[in-house]
Ligand binder design. Structure first.
Ligand code: BGC
Length: 611
C-alpha cells in the first residue's frame, strides 16, 4: 500500500465554527463544521481514501502493524475540533465501566492546541477534591464550573484527559484531538442550549456521577517531542524545517497530521489540515518543507529499572528504545530488602504518574540487579553489594504493582542495552564493564548474552588480579572489583589525601566529599592525584587485558560514572591493552570504548528483557 491521503468525515455539532473550512480547506456540507474525523474506524464516521473506500476496509493487518493487532478493534481516533461555542461539560468513562455497561471502550484523550482566540480556554478536572454530594449539588445549581480548573490556552500546548476526568473545551479553541476509538460521552451540563431544530441535548448525569474521578486534578503534559502517551496512542510532534527522514518498522502505522505549514511527504503535497496514513510495512519516508506535524502511532511501554548501590534509576521506555521519562530515588540499602522494594515501587509510580499511565498501559517492569540473579525464579541468590541472599524480589514488586517483573544481573542487562541500542550494535562479540559501586560485566557472544549456568556466571569483577590484595566485598582478596570500581577509586583517593596533607585535592574536597572525579580534576596539578589515577588505570588495564585475552571480543565497552572522563580514561587504557594483549598486533584489534548509552544502558537493557 502507498502512503494514503485521508478524507475525513465532518460533523455539524451546534457549537462548531468555520475554521475547518476556511483555514484547513475541508470540503464538507456541514454548517457549522465542528469536527473532522481524520483517522477513524468508528461506525459513526469512517475515514475514506481517495479510492472512495474506507481506510478500514482497505488496510491489512500488516499495514496496521503488530501493535495494533493486540487490540480487539482499532484503538485510536484523530479529529480536528473547531469550537466556536463552548462544548458541554462532560466526562468519558474508563474501559472497565464502558465494557461492563456500554459494550464499548472508554475514552482517554489528549488535545493539541492548534490555535486559540484571545481569552480562549478550557475546563479540566476538579480544582480541589470534591464529594459526590458537592458534585451533584453544583450540577443542580449550575455552579459546576466553580469547582473546575480553568486553563487559558495557547497554540502549541497539550492537555491530557484520562478517562473519568471532567472537562469542557471552551469557545475559540482549534484543537487536534487524539483519543481512544470511542464515541461515549456523558454530558453533565450543556448551558441549556438548543440545536437548529430547537432541541436540547440529552444529559447523562447519573452515569457521569458514577464514572467521574473526584480528586483534585493537575494537567500533566510531557516535555520534549513526545506530546502524549497511552497504550492506545503515542503522539509525537515533528517540526519539519527542510528535510527529515522517518520510518515505520512493522510495529505500527504512522498517522501524520499537518497542523501548520506546508510541504511534501514522499513527493505528495501536504497542506495544513491534511492527514496521511503511512502503512506499518512501508519503511522509510521523507518529509520536506516547513510544517508542524502531529505524528500518531501505537507503541508498547516498559519500565526499566537499574538498581544500584546508591541510586535506583528508572525510566519508561517505548518499543523503539526511546526513554520517554526518567527519574531516580536513593536506594537506601540500610532500610533492608523490603525498604528497597518500597523505593522501587515508589519510583515506578512516579514514572507512570509523569505520563498519566496506569499499570494497564505498561507491559512489564524489567530490572537490573547487582549480584547473582536467578532470572527464571526472579530471585536474588546473593548480592554482595546490597547484602542480600535468597530474596524473591520479582514476586514482591509484582504484588505491589500488579505488573509482571523480569530481572537479570545489572551488568548483563547493561550489556544487553548496549548490544541492542548502543555501541555494541552490529558487534558479534562484545564485553561491557560497569565501573560503579562494584565492577560488573556482561558478555555478548555471537549476539547473545552469555550468563553461565542459571544466569550465575560472567562475574569478571570477582576474578583476582592481585593475589592476597585488597579486600573485596565478595569475601576474597585482590579481585578486579577491589581495584577498578568507583568505590576502590574513592578509597585510594582518600588514602592519598591522608598520606599527603600537602595535596591540592584538599583545596576543594574533604574526605567526605571525595568522588571518582576528584583525582582526575587534579591530575595535571597534583602528584598524589596523578599517582591515584595512574594506579587506577594500570589495574583497570590489567583486568581489561585479561578479558581481552579470554574472549578476544571486538569491543570492550566501559560504563559507570567514571566514564565521564572519556578519553582521559580510554586513551591510556587502549595504549596499555595494545601493549599487553596476547600476540600483540598480530591478533585482531580489541577496541576500548565508552558505552554510548552511558548511564542509560542499564535501564534500556532492563526494559529490553521484555522486548
Ligand atoms: C557484583 C556484580 C554486579 C557488579 C556491578 C559486583 O559487586 O558482584 O554482580 O554486577 O557489582 O554492580
Amino acid at each position: 500500500m502507498k502512503i494514503q491521503k485521508l478524507y475525513p468525515i465532518c460533523k455539524d455539532y451546534l457549537w462548531g465554527g468555520i475554521k475547518l473550512k476556511e483555514k484547513y480547506g475541508k470540503k464538507t456540507d456541514c454548517t457549522p463544521c465542528a469536527e473532522s474525523w481524520e483517522l477513524s474506524f468508528h461506525k459513526d464516521g469512517k475515514t475514506l481514501l481517495e479510492s472512495g473506500k474506507t481506510l478500514e476496509e482497505s488496510v491489512t493487518a500488516e499495514q496496521l502493524g503488530t501493535n495494533a493487532a493486540d487490540f480487539s478493534f482499532f484503538p485510536v481516533l484523530i479529529k480536528f475540533i473547531d469550537a466556536r461555542g463552548d462544548l458541554s461539560v462532560q466526562v468519558h468513562p474508563s474501559d472497565d465501566y464502558a465494557l461492563a455497561n456500554e459494550n464499548s471502550f472508554g475514552k482517554t484523550e489528549m488535545w493539541y492546541i492548534v490555535e486559540a482566540n484571545e481569552g480562549a480556554g478550557l475546563y479540566l478536572g476538579f480544582n480541589r477534591e470534591v464529594t459526590r454530594e458537592e458534585y451533584e449539588k453544583a450540577i443542580k445549581e449550575n455552579t459546576l464550573t466553580d469547582l473546575l480548573n480553568f486553563y487559558k490556552v495557547k497554540a502549541g500546548e497539550c492537555y491530557f484527559i484520562p478517562s473519568g476526568t471532567i472537562h469542557a473545551i471552551g469557545s475559540g479553541c482549534l484543537i487536534c484531538e487524539i483519543q481512544q476509538n470511542s464515541n461515549l460521552t456523558y454530558r453533565v451540563y450543556d448551558y441549556g442550549r438548543r440545536d437548529k431544530y430547537g432541541n436540547t441535548r440529552e444529559l447523562h448525569i447519573d452515569k457521569a456521577l458514577l464514572v467521574t474521578k473526584l480528586q483534585k486534578h493537575e494537567n500533566k503534559s510531557v516535555s520534549g517531542d513526545v506530546l502524549g502517551v497511552s497504550k492506545y496512542f503515542n503522539v509525537t510532534k515533528l517540526n519539519i524545517n527542510g528535510k527529515r527522514q522517518n520510518a515505520t518498522s512493522g510495529k505500527s502505522f504512522h498517522c501524520l497530521t499537518c497542523v501548520n505549514g506546508q510541504g511534501t511527504l514522499d513527493g505528495q503535497r501536504v497542506s495544513a489540515g491534511d492527514s496521511f496514513f503511512v502503512p506499518a510495512d512501508y519503511g522509510k519516508y521523507t518529509l520536506e518543507g516547513d510544517m508542524e506535524i502531529i505524528m500518531t502511532d501505537i507503541r508498547k511501554y516498559y519500565i526499566g529499572i537499574d538498581l544500584g548501590g546508591t541510586f535506583i534509576k528508572g525510566g519508561i521506555v517505548d518499543d523503539e528504545g526511546n526513554i520517554i521519562v526518567r527519574d531516580k530515588v536513593p536506594t537506601e540499602r540500610e532500610k533492608g530488602a523490603d525498604g528497597v522494594v518500597a523505593n522501587i515501587v515508589k519510583l515506578c509510580h512516579l514514572l507512570m504518574d509523569k505520563l498519566n499511565l496506569t499499570a494497564a498501559d505498561v507491559v512489564g517492569v524489567g530490572m537490573g540487579v547487582p549480584g547473582m540473579i536467578d532470572s527464571e525464579q526472579g530471585q536474588v541468590v546473593y548480592s554482595n553489594n546490597l547484602g542480600w541472599a535468597d530474596f524473591s524480589i520479582s514476586k514482591k514488586v509484582e504484588a505491589a504493582l500488579g505488573l509482571p517483573v523480569r530481572i537479570a544481573n545489572d551488568a548483563n542487562v547493561a550489556a544487553l542495552g548496549e548490544a541492542k541500542f548502543g555501541s555494541g550494535k552490529g558487534c558479534r562479540t562484545s564485553v561491557m564493564i560497569t565501573l560503579g559501586t562494584g565492577v560488573g560485566s556482561g558478555i555478548v557472544i555471537e549476539g547473545k548474552l552469555f550468563e553461565g549456568n542459571r544466569s550465575a556466571g560472567a562475574e569478571i569483577g570477582h576474578s583476582v588480579i592481585v593475589a592476597g590484595g585488597e579486600q573485596c566485598t565478595c569475601g576474597r582478596r585482590g579481585c578486579f572489583e577491589a581495584y577498578a570500581s568507583a568505590t576502590a577509586l574513592i578509597r585510594d583517593t582518600k588514602r592519598a589525601m591522608e598520606a599527603h596533607p600537602e595535596s591540592r585535592m584538599w583545596e576543594t574536597y574533604t574526605l567526605d566529599s571525595v568522588t571518582g572525579k576528584t583525582p582526575f580534576d587534579y591530575y595535571d596539578t597534583d602528584d598524589a592525584a596523578r599517582a591515584v589515577v595512574d594506579g587506577y588505570i594500570e589495574k583497570l588495564g590489567v583486568g581489561i587485558t585479561n578479558i581481552a585475552n579470554e574472549f578476544r571480543p571486538e569491543m570492550i565497552m566501559l560504563g559507570g560514572g567514571v566514564c565521564s572522563e572519556g578519553e582521559r580514561l580510554t586513551r591510556p587504557l587502549q595504549d596499555f591493552l595494545d601493549h599487553e594483549i596476547f600476540a600483540g598486533k598480530r591478533g585482531p584489534e580489541v577496541k576500548i570504548t565508552i558505552a554510548k548509552l552511558e548511564n542509560d544502558a542499564g535501564l534500556l537493557g532492563a526494559a529490553a528483557l521484555f522486548m
